[in-house]
Design a protein around this ligand. Structure first.
Ligand code: IMP
Length: 191
């Protein structure tokens, strides 16, 4: 079965292709000829995820799914949340985002945070949404080289390592996106 994942992020495509275990032919935006940036004008993860999937379905006529993820930090009242990618500015720089996050948290001990992903699937025009959440804490320093985004400063609850110190398989098994995608896969298999 062919389905487009509305992203060009190579890390996410690799993660998803691992999770779907060869059962689905996953096309990227580039693969379907979509060059333009997808609209993300909502102020919730649900709205943004739907907006991206709807855009691809409407303009390219292919079944697709889109994800939107936010890092919600308790001490910062849920920030950066839906604005995680542009936390430190419009250029979506991971290093600047992490620096700003560590600066805003300072030395506080209350460092609980969660990653939340909403995946929106549009198949034959029918819309379904799936969520995945993983709790953890923001470390005081960057730890690890792997992963992307905020991975070097996010340590999931019950683990010694940050996401950036885990293998892709280890992260996929417990991550926000892994959990949301697992729900998507179950849905696709049973419908
Ligand atoms: P997006 O909605 O997937 O584009 O993610 C929004 C922001 O969260 C971006 O800054 C990403 O780098 C970050 N992000 C998304 N997923 C992850 C993850 O698995 N680990 C670390 N950061 C992530």
């Amino acid at each position: 079965m062919t389905i487009c994942f509305a992203t060009n992020n190579p890390n996410k495509l690799r993660e998803i292709r691992q999770l779907l275990g060869g059962q689905f032919d996953i096309k990227s935006l580039k693969d379907i000829g979509c060059q333009e940036e997808l609209p993300e004008t909502g102020d919730t993860l649900e709205a943004n995820s739907l907006e991206k999937a709807q855009y691809v379905f409407d303009h390219y006529g292919v079944d697709c799914f889109a994800d939107d993820t936010g890092l919600e930090v308790a001490y910062l009242d849920g920030a950066p949340g839906v604005y995680s990618a542009r936390y430190a500015g419009p250029d979506r720089n991971n290093q600047s985002n992490i620096s700003l996050l560590l600066k805003n948290l300072g030395e506080v001990d209350h460092r609980f945070a969660q990653f939340k992903t909403i995946v929106t699937l549009i198949r034959g025009g029918e819309v379904e949404q799936f969520s995945g959440v993983v709790g953890g804490e923001i470390t005081r320093e960057l730890q690890g080289e792997d992963g992307f985004g905020y991975d070097p400063v996010f340590r999931p609850t019950g683990y010694q390592n940050t996401f950036a110190e885990m293998s892709a398989d280890e992260k996929n098994a417990i991550s926000h996106r892994g959990l949301a995608i697992a729900k998507l896969v179950n849905f696709l298999k049973s419908h």
